[in-house]
Design a protein around this ligand. Sequence first.
Ligand code: C5P
Length: 238
Amino acid sequence: MSSVCKEFRNRIIVALDVDGSEPALSLVSQLSGRVGLFKLGSQLFSAEGPALVREIVRQGEKVFLDLKFHDIPNTVTKAVLVAAELGVSMLTLHASGGARMMSAAAVALKSLATGANRPMLLGVTVLTSMAEGDLAQVGVMPGVESQVARLARLAQETGLDGVVAAASELIFLRRQLEPGIKIVTPGIRPAGSEVNDQSRIATPAEALRAGADYLVIGRPITASSNPAASLEKILSEL
Ligand code: C5P
């Protein structure tokens, strides 16, 4: 393993967007100790459910459960509490679900546990796959930047620990948010790799320079024939 410092590895989140336990656990074993967290999203969770989350946690790994809850306050609060019981370290909900939804979930989570055991609750602002035109199509007219800023401020005001936002928004977001708010950035593409369905992308170095606390990296690592080597290459380029 290269000597890239541990503090930096801990800021890398690998998105396990695969169909089942076998490929997921294979990625976990190849990348264990090299990254900070493993992210399970709706694809893998729909296939394998809480059992796989428990197994990855049992193996001593940190799990980011990225189910992007968006529902009425009561339903989201209950979902967040059940997810927290699985032992995950990070959870997401859509900030566009509104202040009452976010605040109810944040208050419930804070009452459940304290300190290091409590998962970080993050608000998704605008998906990194969405461009200006996509937002306009769903009736959001002010544009990506102001929508991201509006939702991030709301997430902060309602007691969330952080937000998910693209690298292109980081510099102005950092100016608007309190210093302690965590920013998690997907849409990471090392130079020369496939863009896939992402839209607002950046290289790992650009995202870190702009102020990301954590980088979510999926296909540039997981679709590689040698995920560990691809990860180390990304790290070495930093
Ligand atoms: O493969 P790729 O690097 O594009 O994966 C990005 C991951 O980050 C996916 O799991 C996706 O669900 C997630 N994500 C995102 N944009 C957001 C929030 C999460 O791409 N705004």
